[in-house]
Design a protein around this ligand. Structure first.
Ligand SMILES: *Cc1c(COP(=O)(O)O)cnc(C)c1O
Length: 434
């Protein structure tokens, strides 16, 4: 009998010695050996053998740089989807366990949904809340738990695509609920809704109000606010998306900024009569990726009891971050929430920072909320402007600095840069070749 042959040659003896030697020569790059072997293999496999060493080093360095890493966001986009939307702390890593589903007072089983969701509900005036993976998951779970096999009425003006494949009609189909389109693209009246909610055959479980987060309909328009919809006697679910907890922004000393005008908030939407609101954790809430379902306790409980809730639940990293975030909101400490601190920094403070970095480069610019929220909204800001396109060089630094190009200049917007990183920005500019 011949012994079975390992199909993957992974011991040094099975590999051409040159690959292994090459991989070992790259040890200083700081990647695990198997990844260095991959780099060495592909360098040896194609190209001039004489330059394989340089190629292997370049491949391994590119692999290291491609890892998920922290960056300095100098784009001025506060909720940059490609940079993880809201900045919420860094990686929490502990060798200890978390009392995730453990009740410390009784020693018995607890629920992971007891703490952060409860605190968020408290902060927006909801009876109860549930946290899932993101807002798309929140909408899916609400529809699946409360409307499978039944009708959900939505205005034709709100059958939106949020981006990344999240389309209301598709989510509806996945949930097993039946979409009932109401009204027209530009105008939907209460009578359009009541015609279906009062129909004996439509079997309407919910009306769904979807915030037009990323576009506007202007001109000859009409829509039905939540306060009107809630009078129809069918529970209203409002997908507000952005996660503004309270339109009065009690966590900001100066109250709500002007640019927030018209953005729906969880507290006021519930007060207007919504049975449930759904929103993201990493948009205007300013936290980690999560989706929140908040509102009537019986409906939240029905969502929590649905089998999909198990598949969509968050882990302790996210729940811990959300707990800290909710405590900051309840303490009315907007400065402890990076998104709100950055959004609210006075322009004069930004200018002073710019002057300290490079006075000759300071320029007035505008930041945007981003993240598919508040389309068209601009927030006055101050940045540094360099002639030409230098974004590639800035991105290649350590840490990478992400800037934007406008009208042939490279702009580094200081609103989205933490003041602690001003020195990084200064060094990155100084390091640019002339
Ligand atoms: C952003 C948004 C979503 C999707 O939220 P994710 O957290 O990205 O899944 C859903 N609905 C509305 C109205 C949104 O603005």
């Amino acid at each position: 009998m011949t012994p079975p042959v390992d199909p993957v040659p992974d011991s040094p003896a099975d590999r051409p010695p040159s690959v292994d030697r090459l991989a070992r020569s790259l040890a200083d790059i700081g990647l695990p050996h198997p990844l260095l072997v991959d780099a060495a293999r592909s360098a040896v496999a194609d190209g001039d053998p004489g330059t394989a060493t340089e190629r292997a080093r370049a491949i391994a360095e590119a692999t290291r740089r491609a890892m998920l890493t922290e960056v300095v966001n100098a784009t001025g986009v506060l909720l940059h989807t490609n940079l993880g939307r809201a900045p919420w702390g860094t990686i929490v890593r502990s060798d200890r366990y978390a009392a995730l589903e453990f009740d410390l007072s009784s020693g018995g089983r607890g629920s992971r949904q007891d703490r952060a969701p409860h605190l968020i509900a408290r902060a927006c005036g909801a009876e109860a809340a549930l946290v899932v993976n993101n807002c798309a998951a929140a909408v899916l779970l609400v529809l699946a738990a409360l409307a499978t096999g039944r009708g959900v009425a939505v205005s034709r003006g709100e059958l939106v695509e949020i981006g990344g494949g999240f389309r209301i009609p598709d989510v509806m189909a996945q949930s097993g609920a039946r979409l009932i389109e109401v009204g027209t693209t530009n105008r939907t009246r209460l009578a359009d809704f009541s015609a279906v909610t009062e129909s004996p055959t439509a079997d309407v479980a919910l009306t769904l109000n979807v915030h037009r987060s990323n576009y506007r309909i202007e001109g000859f328009t009409e829509s039905t606010p939540v306060a009107e919809l809630s009078g129809l006697g069918v529970p209203v679910v409002a997908d507000i998306g952005s996660g503004l907890l309270d339109a009065a922004c009690p966590w900001l000393a100066d109250g709500p900024p002007a640019w927030l005008q018209g953005e729906p908030a969880a507290r006021q939407t519930l007060e207007a009569g919504a049975a449930l609101v759904t929103f993201s954790g990493d948009k205007l809430l300013g936290g980690p990726q999560a989706g929140i379902i908040a509102g009537r306790a019986d409906m939240v409980a029905a969502c929590a009891a649905h089998p999909l809730a198990r598949a969509l639940r968050p882990g302790s990293l996210v729940l811990h971050a959300l707990q800290d975030l909710a405590l900051a909101y309840l303490a009315r400490d907007g400065d402890a929430i990076p998104f709100w601190r950055m959004a609210g920094t006075p322009v004069d403070d930004l200018r002073a920072r710019g002057m300290a970095i490079r006075p000759d480069l300071v320029l007035d610019t505008v930041s945007v909320p981003g993240g598919g929220t508040l389309p068209g909204v601009e927030i006055p800001s101050v940045g540094l402007s360099l002639p030409g396109d230098r974004v590639g060089e800035l991105r290649a630094g350590d840490p990478p600095v992400i800037a934007r190009v406008a009208d042939g200049s490279t702009i580094l917007d200081l609103r989205t840069v933490h003041p602690n990183d001003d020195a990084v920005v200064a060094a990155a500019i100084a390091a640019l070749a002339d």
